[in-house]
Design a protein around this ligand. Structure first.
Ligand SMILES: [Zn+2]
Length: 116
C-alpha cells in the first residue's frame, strides 16, 4: 500500500501534535536528487523565511515516513538541534505513532461473529 506523504503528515500532526503544526508542502524526490541526506525542511513563519508554509523534501528512496516525523519535530521544536536527545524523541514519537495506528487485534478466545 502506498501512502501519500501529505496524508501521513496529517495523520502524524493529528496523533502526535494534536494538529498544532502548520500545514506544510511535502515533496518526495528520488535518491539521486538528494543523495547525501534523508530529508530537508525549509522553515517558515518568522518573517525571515520566504515561504508561507514549511516545505519538507524527503528522499523517496529511503524510509521516508520516519524521516517525515524527524522533519516535523524540527518544525515543532525549532530550537532543538539534531543529536541524541532529538533522535530519542523521534524514536519515542515513532513508537507512539505505530501504537496508535496499529490494527486492532482479535480478542483471543472469542468466537467470530456468524455471517448472516
Ligand atoms: Zn534533523
Amino acid at each position: 500500500m502506498s501512502k501519500s506523504p501529505q496524508v501521513v503528515y496529517q495523520r502524524l500532526n493529528r496523533l502526535i501534535w494534536l494538529n498544532r503544526l502548520p500545514k506544510a508542502k511535502i515533496m518526495l524526490v528520488e535518491n539521486s536528487y538528494l543523495p547525501t541526506c534523508l530529508g530537508v525542511t525549509l522553515p517558515c513563519g518568522d518573517g525571515s523565511a520566504p515561504f508561507a508554509r514549511p516545505i519538507i523534501i524527503l528522499n523517496a528512496g529511503r524510509f521516508w515516513e520516519k524521516t517525515l516525523l524527524h522533519e516535523m519535530l524540527h518544525i515543532a521544536e525549532p530550537s532543538l538541534l539534531d543529536g541524541r536527545m532529538f533522535d530519542a524523541l523521534v524514536e519515542r514519537y515513532w513508537n507512539q505513532f505505530k501504537r496508535l495506528t496499529k490494527e486492532p487485534r482479535e480478542v483471543p478466545g472469542r468466537m467470530p461473529e456468524p455471517i448472516a
